[in-house]
Design a protein around this ligand. Structure first.
Ligand code: CMC
Length: 422
């Protein structure tokens, strides 16, 4: 059977055969037959925006792979920085390569003192995600050479800097919001330990994190590192396609991640569970969702029509964290909500399952993170994915993103002076 489709323009009987390559059809071929006739695809549900070799999802089977490696294996055996290397370079590092990469990241954890001073301009109750967006955008002014995106060495330097500085920026927002002094990075610590130290250190000479909590952060960072063409990664690619510097593009991607339909969902889940309040209220809450009053946060996904594999891993990991912190009292409500929804025809027929955000917030809360920090915790590791896609997009010499539209506004009309308008 030929691997192609044939399209016939019924207005004139002309046909064109378009080959199917890697499961897609090339729009350039379509445009040869039908110039000026655009695909109408709001939300890009049926559009492959790019060719990418970074992560693979089979939404029906509930499969996620980074560079071919199953997420379950990476979650169990890898570290966030090893995964970041894998995403960026395409292969797992050798021991020497990993040591070198970790060293590069470690020496770039500090931020310019002036960045700290920006924070002082924010209101005391500013959302940390809004602060993070601003800090990232501001960083672009500190590194004018970051604009030289055609120089691979410079590009790599800023890729490393961004990965290294995200935990420092993230912890700085928290310290500011809590009225606590900024904690400088401790480069003797591992990536997740250093982040926890910058978050929680008080007057002790060195902060010692519980190893189970360090592992939980490592795991959550691995699971959130990449997820192919999600909203924020697409933003990164779109802004990057205009050849903006990576700090500006990361600021834009962070802004996209802030939305409650995307990275803000973990925060929304916790607020939802808190508002449900008790097991008795679960059936009424599910009924109200089915009647169209809001969504079941942390459920549903554009691509997964099965259990999100990351949610499975996080659900299990939650118990390791609760063994140290004590059980999050909202866990029972979450479990009951999941059980009720998965047995309900509304959710079954729409193939709505828990996604990565359904359980992650419970862990973060048990570890003491304020709810407003949850999307920030997502942004730290997703930076590796954003930068892998940004580099890939530039390597592919991608054109500037510039979609078309179907115009549905007024036809041409003449300007009416203000006094003559009805
Ligand atoms: N609760 C109740 N109904 C839902 C939900 C939900 N969470 N998600 C989808 N639906 C319904 C929706 O109302 C629609 O029903 P109908 O066909 O009767 O109109 C149907 O399912 C299809 O929904 P959709 O909005 O067309 O699906 P989408 O692919 O555009 O949206 C989504 C995907 C993730 C935005 C959506 O499922 C959602 O809003 N979920 C809650 C927020 C959330 O958990 N987001 C995190 C996503 S995973 C992490 C990340 O990407 O950042």
């Amino acid at each position: 059977m030929p691997e192609s489709i044939t399209i016939t323009d019924n207005r004139n009987g002309q046909s064109i055969e378009i080959p199917i390559v890697e499961g897609g059809v090339n729009s350039a071929e379509w445009s040869k037959l039908l110039p000026g006739l655009w695909f109408y695809d709001p939300g890009f549900s049926a559009t492959a925006e790019c060719e990418s070799a970074i992560s693979f999802i089979d939404g029906d089977a509930g499969v996620l792979q980074y560079r071919g490696y199953p997420i379950e294996q990476l979650a169990e055996r890898s570290t966030y920085l090893e995964v970041a290397y894998l995403l960026l370079k395409g292969e797992l590092p050798t021991a020497a390569e990993l040591e070198d990469f970790v060293g590069q990241v470690t020496i770039h954890t500090f931020i310019h003192e002036n960045v700290k001073r920006f924070l002082e301009g924010f209101h005391y109750d500013a959302h940390p995600m809004g602060m993070l967006v601003s800090e990232l955008a501001a960083l672009s002014t500190f590194y004018p050479d970051a604009k030289r995106i055609d120089d691979p060495e410079i590009r790599w330097g800023h890729t490393v800097r961004l990965i290294a500085k995200m935990p420092t920026l993230a912890a700085a927002t928290h310290r500011f919001c809590s009225g606590m002094p900024f904690v400088y990075p401790n480069n003797a610590l591992s990536f997740p330990e250093n982040f926890l130290s910058m978050m929680w250190k008080m007057s002790e000479p060195a902060y010692e994190a519980n190893p189970a909590l360090v592992r939980a952060i490592e795991l959550l960072f691995i699971l959130h590192a990449d997820h192919e063409q999600n909203c924020s990664t697409t933003t990164m690619r779109v802004v990057g396609s205009a050849h903006a510097d990576p700090y500006s593009a990361c600021a834009a991607a962070t802004a996209a991640l802030y939305g409650p339909r995307h990275g803000g969902a973990n925060e929304a889940v916790l607020r939802m569970l808190t508002s449900i309040g008790s097991l008795d209220n679960v059936p009424d809450f599910v009924r109200s969702v089915k009647e169209g009053h809001g969504r079941l946060q942390g459920f549903g996904h554009r691509v997964y029509k099965n259990y999100d594999p990351r949610a499975k891993i996080i659900r299990q990991a939650a118990y390791d964290v609760f063994a140290v912190t004590g059980k999050n009292p909202l866990l029972d409500i979450a479990l009951k909500l999941e059980e009720t929804a998965l047995a309900d025809d509304y959710f079954i027929s729409r193939r709505l399952y828990p996604n990565v955000d359904f359980y992650s917030g419970l862990i973060y809360q048990a570890m003491g993170f304020p709810v407003s920090m949850f999307p920030v915790l997502f942004a730290i590791p997703r930076t590796a994915g954003w930068l892998a896609h940004w580099n890939e997009m530039l390597d592919h010499k991608t054109k500037i993103a510039r979609p078309r539209q179907l115009y549905s506004g007024a036809p041409r009309r003449d300007y009416v002076p203000i006094g003559e308008r009805s």
